[in-house]
Design a binder for this molecule. Structure first.
Ligand code: NOJ
Length: 578
């Protein structure tokens, strides 16, 4: 490369330690998602646990995260990976004990890492004492009023009360059997029958969840991720979808009062305790209405991960997201994946790179090399955007989706409820590879079989292998998070599109943050010239003769001497004369 065009910044700024006293920490936090069952197995039984997490806190500290979000860790029959909670005031014995959770919260905080827990207010486990009581108490009992029990339609009551469709596909009502063996009422479950929906018009339901928040805030958690947050309230008239102007089960106006009361509880605690909504609402203004100053702090921005790979679609998503968040004063979140979504390495290597749950199928070809390049580029792109950043465990290792799990080991109900056409979500929940050259790759004790098998080819993807390799995806993430912490322009704050550096209608996306930071993303396959006179801070792929490689992102330090217009560059040596 021409050294006067672009130079590698040799003196990287020092990273200050995270301050646990910062009341605005959540506006730019890097939050690492731990799926406990698959993170690290401390006792060698094949299932991840809190002992495993405690032993790996140093890894998360070195990675540079500000907080951990734990998927549900409560006692649960695991009919939906723990999103079927049996008891909110304890820890699943497979994962550990409440005392261990308390110790973990405190130990993490000592390292400057906050804890966010998952609360699942739309439904509980059918094994929860409330539901068992309701079943036993029979029709018309007060215990049933905490749920949506309803007689069926038709002469014999054998027709379902509504045709609402589950996001897990299939029907949303299951018929009960009365204590005397006769067919009984139906109950509503927007997910599986093992997850009966709660009735949020009932004061017990509201009071119980407020107590659950206090239970965990009292134990020092810094925030709550709210599962299926836009589904809690149902139209009690049970209309079909489309019968009334508003939706009977989604995004109902009454929800906002619930979150206002939760916010008041969060605000009554010292430090900033945050509410993070899992909100799949397509209308972005209705989405950001949940982020008004007296409601949630932030919500997962899923629009970006659903977009196909490409400069135009990314820019449109980023612009719309930032514009919609500005009026409510909330920062956006950036999410490339989670425990529900096909891993980016696999998704971005496909012909159709957009993500949609109902389109998941077995056997869709992917190019893992291309996918990895793009996943690394996307990681640098989102890490440079304004707001908070979520990293799903294993994305920092560039793990692909495991698409060949033995069918008899799949546990995800999405697979079964699709009639077996949807592979489900277990492919992104395979236990992490930590070290060594064969399974369980340091996930648990040698000889123990992880609850889902790890591909033999993961030996090159272990933390151990990647930590020693400066070009690995783990090293890229570590460096990106170190720079993100060190550079004041990153995290919360404004973004300015840098159109001079990105030819119109090209595959290039460029933006600036602060006085001296720029991010350039090349979503095309051919190299793209970079602005002249900038320092290269970090790139997701090596530069090619001074140009940004295809499917790559660069972070630049820019200054008065930078010429934004991409320099003409030569990728080949000039042809010899004569
Ligand atoms: C969203 C969670 O992320 C997912 O894993 C779960 O299956 C559903 N909500 C139902 O709780």
């Amino acid at each position: 490369m021409d050294s006067d065009v672009l130079t590698r910044a040799d003196q990287a700024p020092a990273a200050p330690a995270p301050s646990t006293a910062d009341p605005l920490w959540w506006r730019s936090a890097v939050i690492y998602q731990v799926y406990v069952r698959s993170f690290a197995d401390g006792n060698g039984d094949g299932t991840g646990d809190l002992a495993g997490v405690r032993a790996r806190l140093g890894y998360l500290k070195d990675l540079g995260v500000d907080a951990i979000w734990f998927n549900p860790w409560y006692p649960s029959p695991l009919a939906d990976g723990g999103y079927d909670v049996q008891d909110y005031r304890d820890i699943d014995p497979r994962f550990g004990t409440l005392a261990e959770a308390e110790a973990l919260i405190a130990e993490a905080l000592e390292l400057g890492i906050r804890t966010i827990i998952d609360v699942v207010p739309n439904h509980i486990s059918d094994q929860h004492p409330w539901f068992q009581e309701a079943l036993a108490a029979g029709p018309g009992s007060p215990a049933r009023e905490r749920f949506w029990f309803h007689p069926g339609k038709g002469e014999n009551g054998d027709e379902i009360p509504t045709h609402w469709v589950s996001s897990f596909q299939g029907e949303t009502w299951t018929r009960t059997t009365n204590p005397d063996g006769t067919p009984g009422e139906w109950y509503l479950h927007m997910f599986t029958p093992e997850q009966p929906d709660l009735n949020w018009n009932h004061p017990d339901v509201r009071r119980e969840h407020e107590d659950i928040l206090r239970f965990w805030f009292d134990r020092g958690v810094a925030g709550v991720r709210i599962d299926s947050a836009a589904l809690l309230i149902k139209d009690a008239d049970l209309p079909e979808v489309g019968e009334k102007p508003d939706h009977p089960t989604e995004d109902r106006d009454e929800l906002h009062d619930v979150y206002r009361s939760w916010r008041a509880i969060a605000d009554s605690y010292p430090g900033t305790r945050v509410l993070v909504g899992e909100i799949w609402v397509p209308d972005i203004d209705r989405f950001t209405a949940y982020l008004r100053p007296d409601e949630m702090h932030t919500a997962f921005n899923f629009d970006f991960l659903a977009r196909p790979w490409g400069a135009a679609s990314f820019r449109e998503s980023i612009s719309a997201t930032l514009a919609a968040h500005a009026p409510v004063g909330a920062p956006s979140t950036w999410v490339l994946s989670n425990h529900d979504v096909t891993r980016p390495v696999t998704r971005y290597g496909r012909e159709d790179t957009a993500f949609a749950f109902l389109r998941k199928r077995f056997g869709v070809p992917t190019d893992p090399q291309l996918g990895l390049h793009r996943a690394r580029a996307a990681a640098l792109l989102v890490a440079a955007l304004p707001g908070s950043l979520y990293i799903y465990q294993g994305d920092e290792l560039g793990l692909p989706e495991v698409e060949d799990l033995p069918l008899d080991l799949i546990e995800d109900p999405m697979h079964f409820r699709s009639g077996g056409t949807d592979p489900g979500r277990d492919g992104c929940r395979v236990p992490l590879p930590w070290a060594g050259s064969s399974a369980p790759f340091g996930f648990g004790r040698d000889g123990s079989a992880p609850w889902l098998p790890q591909p033999a080819g993961w030996s090159g993807l272990t933390v151990e292998a990647q930590a020693a390799d400066p070009d690995s995806t783990l090293s890229l993430y570590r460096e990106a998070l170190r720079l993100r912490r060190a550079l004041p322009a990153l995290g919360d704050g404004p973004l300015e599109w840098w159109d001079d550096a990105a030819p119109a209608a090209s595959d290039v996306l460029a933006f600036r943050r602060g006085d001296d930071f720029a991010c350039v993303v090349n979503t095309g396959d051919d190299p793209a010239a970079l602005p002249a006179g900038a320092d290269l801070l970090l790139s997701s792929s090596p530069l090619e003769h001074g140009a940004l490689a295809g499917n790559a992102t660069a972070w630049l330090r820019i200054g008065a001497a930078t010429d934004p217009h991409p320099t003409a560059h030569t990728t080949e040596a000039p042809a010899p004369r004569g």
